[in-house]
Design a protein around this ligand. Sequence first.
Ligand code: AP5
Length: 213
Amino acid sequence: MIIILLGAPGAGKGTQSEILQERLDMMHVSSGDLLREHRKRGTSLGKVAESYMTRGDLVPDDLVIAMIVERLAAPDVEHGIILDGFPRTGPQAAALDEALDTKGRRVNAALYINVEHDVLVNRLSGRLTCRLAGHIYHEVFAPPRVPGICDIDGAELYQRDDDKRETAAKRLEVYFDQTRPVIEYYRERGSLCEVNGDQPVEKVSQDLVDCLR
Ligand code: AP5
């Protein structure tokens, strides 16, 4: 199975990916996490990506496509994959189809988590992320048991630099301008399923699983 999760920044793609990978025993691959990892390691990709990410812009297609195609070639994704944050542009969607086609695979489901703009702003401004493994919390909607500490691995929680007000606003603008058309790409192919993302986390997960059935 190859599943892609679509939705705006803050829609809950990362939150739902964590749940779905457990429930469905599939590998979660997030383009944002991969890029943040490159930045942390100081690779040449990480250095180029940094300026785009801190501005809230998309990293150029050729770089992101090469990174994902390389990741898709690894043996751990043969069983199944949940792609989160990719594709985000028409060329990325076409490149994904092409890369999968060469392996006789295809996108089985594109799950679109739909959330209104104002809700997204509140989610991004209160998000807290685990420095060790990227586990996701929210100051109000999903607070950790001990403030500032990840429940799962005890690591420090921090605010992503691109969640600061101005950058978050830019990311939402970029999403509505450049990524929304990708939703139509999958709708036209008959693989899109839309769920209401402004519901409790467990209800959204259940709706996503129902989509897959
Ligand atoms: P990326 O890391 O992919 O960020 P994003 O798509 O902007 O998505 P987010 O991680 O912000 O949100 P999410 O939908 O995962 O929400 P979450 O579950 O955390 O990308 C970062 C940057 O990398 C981009 O700006 C770009 O520069 C670059 N990049 C990445 N991929 C790229 C690509 N393909 N091409 C080019 N550039 C690329 O939830 C958010 C908050 O809401 C959390 O606090 C959570 O606790 C809370 N929450 C979640 N669900 C609920 C709920 N149901 N109810 C209440 N609260 C909830």
